[in-house]
Design a protein around this ligand. Structure first.
Ligand SMILES: Cc1cc2nc3c(=O)[nH]c(=O)nc-3n(C[C@H](O)[C@H](O)[C@H](O)COP(=O)(O)OP(=O)(O)OC[C@H]3O[C@@H](n4cnc5c(N)ncnc54)[C@H](O)[C@@H]3O)c2cc1C
Length: 436
């Protein structure tokens, strides 16, 4: 009970109901149990490991004695996979539970949350196919998603030929391509240095341009593609040096090189005319997870700022007693609530709608990561000079939030794609149709 309530029992409004994650209507017992278990893992394992890894070099992060391996071990023992398993859980319940759990992981450490999420991604996608061989290929193996290349970043996210600049004769096939020859897929080239878990992954989900025997482009100049599971211990695979970068330093990233890597065509998840639909469905899932976990990061930044303002005195009073500071905290809290609402709505849409689309989920990623950056920036600002030092968590949260505005698609580009989708819906008579 607060001092305020003690002074006026029954007269003043009591404090509202809140859960760990804020202004939730009461969670169910199962939801609360899951939230508390993941929160304990985030607080006891992810936070300390994330802080330690952040200060190491990229080479040290992936070295045999790195704390990274203990994180993976504990997560595997606790059964923390990319999506809670359970065929008998109704999709709506599963969607909520996943969002609740992923937010807690992001609260613990956003870089490690990505590493764990993408680590289970090939396995998750393979499970959705129901194909026993693909599931076996991925089970128990640390995964990665191989989408971008040195010369093909945003271009890999263009689902429609109409998005290409009018001056470009055809799309961009990039530096990592597949040739489908008989029953085999032969892969050559290299990924970008940005592949999350690239230096350590044991299995990859590659989403790349493909030639099925008639060239890389269709009659509209749009590239053909293939989504394929590649075990990363097959001949012809090598890795680059782990990448040094500004934020999410606990997340190992690096190039993967392919020299005549040959896998059977039955390892493909989507091929030929089904590729762009498959790629779109896979990408939808990733965008949703980013919104959830960055809500957790922003909540961590908000909590840090609230606590700091209850300790620091300036202007003759605690920072928290100044109305301008209360306004700034209020704005941060609203932004966290907005992020959670947007992330949960995108989660529900992706799981429950008859036809999901990554240009919708990608805008939710852009909204959530831009807001997370604003919250982390304001947390740092509220802490004055202390916010900039390594003594306090704000500067790491700020750097981690910054990376997310480029990760999984750069935010301006993603927002532009949502605008493109709006135009397509209008042309289909479903958005902004003239009033009759
Ligand atoms: C933390 C992190 C994790 C990542 N994880 C992975 C991963 O697991 N796997 C993977 O494959 N990749 C991964 N990436 C790569 C990421 O997907 C790309 O960095 C991102 O898609 C942007 O591509 P790019 O860096 O090549 O930038 P570019 O595509 O070169 O874009 C540069 C700038 O140009 C603008 N631009 C680009 N195209 C257009 C256009 N058509 N019209 C107008 N403006 C345009 C963009 O908006 C941007 O501001 C990760 C990146 C980060 C930062």
């Amino acid at each position: 009970m607060t001092e305020h309530q003690r002074q006026a029992p029954g007269v003043r409004p009591g404090l509202p109901h809140t859960e760990l994650s804020g202004f939730e209507p009461e969670l169910t017992d199962e939801e609360r149990a899951l939230q508390q278990a993941v929160h304990a893992f985030a607080a006891d394992v992810l936070r300390p490991a994330g802080r330690a890894l952040d200060r190491m070099t990229a080479e040290e992060v992936v070295a045999p004695d790195s704390p990274l391996w203990e994180v993976f071990d504990i997560a595997a023992k606790a059964g923390l996979t990319a999506e809670p398993e359970g065929e008998d859980i109704p999709p709506a319940v599963l969607a909520r539970m996943t969002a609740i759990a992923v937010e807690e992981l992001g609260w613990g450490d956003a870089g490690l949350a990505v590493s764990l999420g993408v680590g289970g991604f090939p396995s998750l996608v393979a499970r959705r196919t129901g194909d026993a061989e693909l599931m076996d290929l991925c089970a128990g193996r640390l995964g990665c998603w191989i989408g971008t290349q040195p010369d093909r970043g945003s271009d890999g996210l263009s689902l429609y030929p109409g998005e290409r600049h009018p001056s470009a004769p055809h799309g961009n096939k990039g530096n990592l391509t597949a040739k489908v020859q008989g029953g085999d897929i032969v892969i050559n080239g290299q990924s970008s240095a940005w592949v999350s878990n690239g230096p350590v992954a044991q299995v990859g989900l590659a989403s790349i341009c493909a030639d099925y025997g008639e060239g890389f482009y269709d009659e509209e100049g749009h590239p053909h593609g293939i989504e394929v599971i590649v075990p990363l211990d097959v001949p012809g695979i090598s890795r680059g040096k782990p990448l040094e970068k500004l934020g999410k330093r606990a997340l190992p990233q690096g190039e993967i090189f392919f020299d005549d890597v040959r896998v059977p065509l039955r390892y493909a998840l989507s091929a030929h005319d089904a590729y762009w639909r498959g790629h779109a469905a896979t990408w939808s899932s990733a965008g949703v997870a980013m919104g959830q976990l960055m809500t957790g990061l922003a909540r961590a930044a908000f909590e840090t700022a609230v606590a700091y303002t209850q300790e620091r005195r300036q202007g003759g009073a605690l920072l928290a007693e100044h109305q301008l500071v209360q306004y700034r905290l209020g704005r941060m809290g609203s932004q966290v609530e907005t992020m959670r609402a947007v992330a949960r709505r995108a989660t529900e849409y992706t799981v429950l709608s008859p036809a999901r689309h990554p240009y919708y989920t990608a805008q939710s990623k852009a909204v959530c990561t831009d807001l997370a950056f604003q919250v982390a920036d304001e947390a740092l600002q509220l802490m004055g000079g202390n916010g900039l030092t390594r003594e306090y968590p704000a500067e790491k949260l700020f750097r981690d939030a910054r990376a997310a505005r480029i990760e999984d698609g750069e935010n301006h580009l993603l927002t532009m794609k949502f605008g493109h989708l709006a135009g397509l819906l209008h042309q289909d008579g479903r958005l902004g149709a003239a009033r009759t």
